[in-house]
Design a protein around this ligand. Sequence first.
Ligand code: NDP
Length: 297
Amino acid sequence: MTAHIIDGKAFSAKVQQMVTDHVTAMTADHGITPGLAVVLVGEDPASEVYVRSKGKRTVEAGMNSYEHRLDATTSQAELLALIDHLNADQSVHGILVQLPLPDHIDSALVINAIDPAKDVDGFHISNVGLLGTGQKSMVPCTPLGCLMMLRDHHGSLSGLNAVVVGRSNIVGKPMAQLLLGDSCTVTIAHSRSKDLAAICRSADILVAAVGRPEMITGDFVKEGATVIDVGINRIATPEGKTRLVGDCHYDSCAAKAGAITPVPGGVGPMTIACLLANTLTACARSHGLPEPEGLTA
Ligand code: NDP
């Protein structure tokens, strides 16, 4: 079987265009421009790249971008004071605190200080609870991106067997909740699961969020299944360079799958597109406007 390649780069461009169109209409019709505040503490090089990219894409979508770069020695109290300020700022509809934070700061405390209505990462405990009970929430960006791609490819997901490998709070668990919300029969597997390959072979939809380079091979994939590879791992090449690979061994999985997301160019690009979508959704909700269709869970 030749797998259909789910092109996350092209799909994320489509999502970003949808967001941009909504923002243009919102600004023209209501004089409202969504605003996203991103807070970076310290100088982690990977975080710097993400924050720059988020700011650029926010502006490209016609939204206001507010970057707050704080010194690595910033105290927890100072950071909490900034969050309070952003919570109260009417021009800010989304707040994202770039993780990881320095060790002297309690990340959970900071995340839970964000107004849940502005929590565009969907990590606030209130949003976790709302998602878990099937209520309207802010949904974590990476799993939302996976859900959008799956809906686009399959139409209805109802009744499909889904296996999510990984149970982290930012990917695995919310992914499983979203699939359950779309009426899949969901199994969550993790490092203690027995006979992982057999569990995975029961999946019509297999989501790999493991953080182990190329661990999921073709033996784990049912003929014709859809494989969503969330993993982003940088590995060394024999030439002494590095390259990005997913949690799935692409060639062997693609030989069995009906559809598959590549790495790079699959789930990765969807994450920022969904951050923009969440900021738009937060803004619409805060002004009592209809939610943007096709951009929410
Ligand atoms: P975590 O390390 O937080 O979680 C990994 C999960 O995989 C854990 O639940 C762990 O199980 C499970 N696991 C580890 N080893 C095995 C194994 N041998 N067999 C079965 N399960 C295993 O990672 P994240 O959820 O944060 O990220 C997962 C991947 O997704 C990473 O590659 C990360 O880089 C990528 N990622 C990509 C994003 C994107 O934008 N595309 C965004 C976020 C993450 P246990 O709980 O038992 O330890």
